[in-house]
Write a protein that binds this ligand. Structure first.
Ligand SMILES: *Cc1c(COP(=O)(O)O)cnc(C)c1O
Length: 385
């Protein structure tokens, strides 16, 4: 009976990652260098479509660089969803600009395109769609709106590796920049890390410069090229956002498993779908046609028929040794966003309603069939009382 605690998420790190890290540690080169270059090259090749990839030490850093590179300035407005992690919006404030939230589509939990259109003003500069849980936003409509209003599009793809939209991988669409996260709980991890992806060479170059102090030449190049190693030029007050070779070593091997990880996550999601189909729950939306869902998250929503409310549900799961989470506490409920912009829960009623009923269940590649059975049995018991 007293089975082990089943955590909400776990990274899946193998011997190849460990050996590669040890190789870096022994090599004498531990910061950004050959492994990072290789990881960037491999990542760009994985996506295809002629994209360039710039490795950074977090997706938050990458989103900051992205908004800077597309020219977001003080006083500008950037439209995004309230149903996200605070990183999506805090980077807008880093630049002195303001987030403007548009409520979500209650089916997909992604930004609603009609709501998005309704909040545009002459000060809007950019849109940050977030592919919630790994399900692509309606990118065709979002890109059309952006084109019509001359807005930049920066995709927050922290959950969406790999995922597709209209048959194309997220990262290769016609937005300006896409940012992926390799945080510990994400679909592939480097501990901490992220990748900025773009097809625009001037944007890639700006991100490369700004990720390392605004220096026009990266450190690895300084020590390996024929030009004098001591010389460099600072062309802007940049940031310190480079990825280390230690982290990139993990990423190189995680990347090779990205499709097998995705398939495993997809299988786990299908099993949940089948097991819960008769329960009084709202199950996660699936992509249209044959598109790929990254299944970073599996979020169920309780309903008035569920006969248990969300907080009690999570407590009961914990009592059964199962870790659950909530994605997300909408930004407009957090003190900073609420008070800075005078927001009320009812300003984004769909995000508020989703939040009140949402439970993220464990879903990760290291889960066994019997781990998943435990979750299914607990959920079924709690909803059949
Ligand atoms: C995890 C996450 C981020 C931030 O990623 P880091 O790599 O931890 O900086 C940004 N946006 C969303 C939606 C996330 O879930």
């Amino acid at each position: 009976m007293a089975s082990e605690f089943l955590p909400f998420a776990l990274p899946d790190i193998g011997d190849a990652e460990i050996d590669e890290v040890v190789d870096s540690l022994r090599s004498g080169w531990v910061t950004t260098g050959p492994k990072t270059k290789r990881f960037e090259g491999d990542f760009a090749a994985f996506l295809g479509g002629g994209v360039d990839a710039v490795a950074v030490n977090s997706a938050t850093a990458g989103l900051h660089l992205a908004l800077e590179a597309v020219g977001v300035r003080e006083g500008d407005e950037v439209v995004t969803t309230p149903y996200t992690f605070t990183a999506t919006a805090e980077v807008i404030r880093y630049l002195g600009a303001h987030p403007v939230f548009a409520d979500i589509d209650p089916k997909t939990l992604n930004i609603d395109v009609t709501q998005l259109r309704s909040v545009l003003t002459p000060r809007t500069r950019a849109i940050i769609p977030v592919h919630f849980g790994g399900l692509a936003c309606e990118m065709q409509s979002i890109l059309e709106i952006a084109r019509a209003h001359k807005l930049a599009v920066v995709e927050d793809a922290a959950h969406a590796f790999p995922a597709t939209c209209g048959g194309r991988l997220i990262g290769t669409l016609d937005s300006d920049i896409t940012v992926f996260s390799f945080y510990a709980t994400k679909t592939i991890t480097t501990g901490e890390g992220g990748m900025v992806v773009t097809r625009r060479p001037e944007i890639a170059e700006r991100c490369r410069t700004m990720r390392l102090h605004g220096i026009s030449r990266d450190v690895f190049d300084r020590y390996t090229s024929a030009a004098p190693s001591w010389h460099y030029e600072v062309i802007a007050p940049g940031y310190k956002y480079n990825l280390t070779d230690i982290a990139a070593s993990i990423g190189i091997h995680q990347l090779k498993k990205a499709w097998s990880f995705q398939k495993k996550r997809g299988r786990l999601a299908s099993r949940y779908d089948a097991a819960f189909s008769r329960l009084p729950l709202v199950l996660p939306a699936h992509p249209a046609d044959d598109d790929v869902h990254a299944w970073h998250l599996y979020v169920i929503r309780l309903t008035p028929d569920s006969s248990i409310e969300r907080n009690e549900f999570i407590e009961e799961m914990a009592r059964r040794g199962i870790g659950c989470s909530v994605h997300f506490i909408p930004l407009h409920l957090h003190p900073y966003w609420r008070d800075t912009y005078g927001l009320e829960p009812g300003d984004f009623p769909r995000a508020f309603d989703a939040y009140q009923n949402a439970v993220s269940l464990p879903l990760y590649t290291r889960m066994t069939d019997s781990d998943q059975e435990r979750v299914i049995e607990a959920v079924s018991t709690l909803l059949s009382r």
